[in-house]
Design a protein around this ligand. Sequence first.
Ligand SMILES: [Zn+2]
Length: 352
Amino acid sequence: MEQFDMLEHPHRRYNILTGEWVLVSPHRTKRPWQGKQEKVEEVQRPPHDPGNYLGPGNLRAGGERNPDYTNTYVFVNDFGALYPEVPKGSYEKGGLLKAVGEQGICKVVCFSPRFDLTLPEMNLEDIVKVVETWQEEYKALGRESFINYVQIFENKGEIMGCSNPHPHGQIWAQSTIPEEPAKEGVQMKQHFEQHGRSLLSDYVALELEEKERVVLENESFVALVPFWAVWPYETMVVSKRHFQDINMMTGKEKQDFAEILKQLTTKYDNLFEISFPYSSGIHQRPTDGEAHEEWHFHMHFYPPLLRSATVKKFMVGYEMMAEPQRDITPEFSADKLRSLSLEHYKSRRSRS
Ligand SMILES: [Zn+2]
């Protein structure tokens, strides 16, 4: 019997952050592809669209008018999934039916007044302003006594269900710690108590030694394809220094964070030469007043595309019923992302 080879044989990989497993089937990448694969025509967007409710000076769906903002702009979502004035209470029947009231605040963060500039196309200084806005919001929302967790995230592209093309992210803050960060908190705490070190510090040290899954690195941050990645080109941006939340960054770390975000999203756009869709989000310590020493600041990128601008990975069948599965290995994806230019394909095109 031949020896087990991770790049050849079906296997399961362990996600240290969630305690869950993912099935990897590298041998399947050899099968012929017969699905659809078409070139996408990209529409050139104007810098401003007076009809878009996220734009400066424009009328929002809720009836309010946006100010003539020139940097980032934050407002409470007119149709948020959560709102603060929920009566305290719960419902229970027979120990089987449970419901608990949840308070929260949902905000929208416009990255800039420009309708046509996504993160990779923005100047570094303007991305720094987005990071600073995240810092301010995390602090202000976290200070509210009924807010114990702040989720900063972005859904980019129609394929991710983003209904508005004006580049923006969202912040949902709420009274309980939701499932994903709660799972990670348990894993990080266990490691921290056992070893006295942050789980992600140990993981990053190992990845920097192996280099195989590292996509980008600067003085303060690493962008890598996690060993247990589920999405074909999933990545994670992790701080090299162990700190718990976005407001603990030094000035240098803030710059480096903005830089690695620009570089990573540029590589994403260059992969299929389209504005690359993804869901991204920051995981950091809850704002429940506890120190949460074990928490280690990081950001996830979950992009759905698999083979081209139109061929998406579906989470269906086995993934829904059993567990996530992938064909191309995280090592292949990291290698592919590493090989891509840091110059955005649009600026390359406009030069030639
Ligand atoms: Zn996480």
